[in-house]
Design a protein around this ligand. Sequence first.
Ligand code: ISE
Length: 334
Amino acid sequence: MALQIGVVGTGNMGQDHIQRLSTSIPDAQVVAVSDVNVEQAKRVGETVEARVYSDGHELVGDDDVQAVLIASPGFTHEEFTLACIAAGKPVLCEKPLAPTIDACLRVLEAEAAGSRRLVQVGFMRRYDDGYRAMKDALDGGQIGRALLLHCVHRNRANPPGFTSDMMITDSVVHEIDITRWLLGQEIVATSVVKPRPSARAPEGLQDPQLVLLETEQGVVVDVESFLNCQYGYDIRCELVGETGTVSLGELAGVHLRTAGRHHGPIPGDWRERFGGAYENELLEWVGGVLKGEVTGPSAWDGYATTAVAEACVQALTEGRRTVVELVERPALYT
Ligand code: ISE
């Protein structure tokens, strides 16, 4: 039987997940949706014949819901994730696990107390074919020991209300997660360099930023976060090792060479760029849950990423190198 899923949050990300679960994941069925905007929840719920709730807690408590996907705003993640842990239901929570270190620790402690992994955090880049090939090349010894990681994270334009801090907590978090996963190392310190702001960015926004991360074994990572690059969504990554390098390839799509020029497509946003990764993420999550396992990015990964992001924000605000301190890792996550 298909896994019966409830989705909390029917905004853009929630709708994307619901559509993908219903059309591309054969072993999944969306049976319930919830949103404080109940009219929107009704419209979205109707498309997949799901029950509709205005309160996510009622959805978690629905006996027919076997697993939960949380796509509501970040400040609600802690309460819904804790409710899923209390109900013993597997949960895929969009990033961030929670917006503060303390909130992440409460989730971590609740899950660790049950000695069973239920929580997965939606760091979808780990499911991208390109990043996976990079990890295979490193782990397979093809480029020797990692020395440097160069990352570029450009968005076309800023959504309303985006702040300088959010360029880290909402965007650079993905590179923080990829660094930890790709290298298999924690990040121990960070600094942020501030180039002159683009005139295309709203007044007061520090855009672009150059975030430097240092890992426990001395790999240095530079991340360009540029929110108003104007031309599209552009994600690049090159890992430099002792005997070679490996990087994300050019994007799929047709490339035209004519009249002394070459042209190719650039994605509009992350949903287009990482569509394949989101699909792999859901396929593997659903397949795992049906077998009784949760193996993707853990609550520990969610906590560590939020802790590094907070250190980066401090480095940006105070203009100095900031050390990252993590609590001891519970046995469940070793
Ligand atoms: C957005 O919230 C995401 O999570 C995207 O993956 C990221 O690339 C973008 O910069 C964020 O704003």
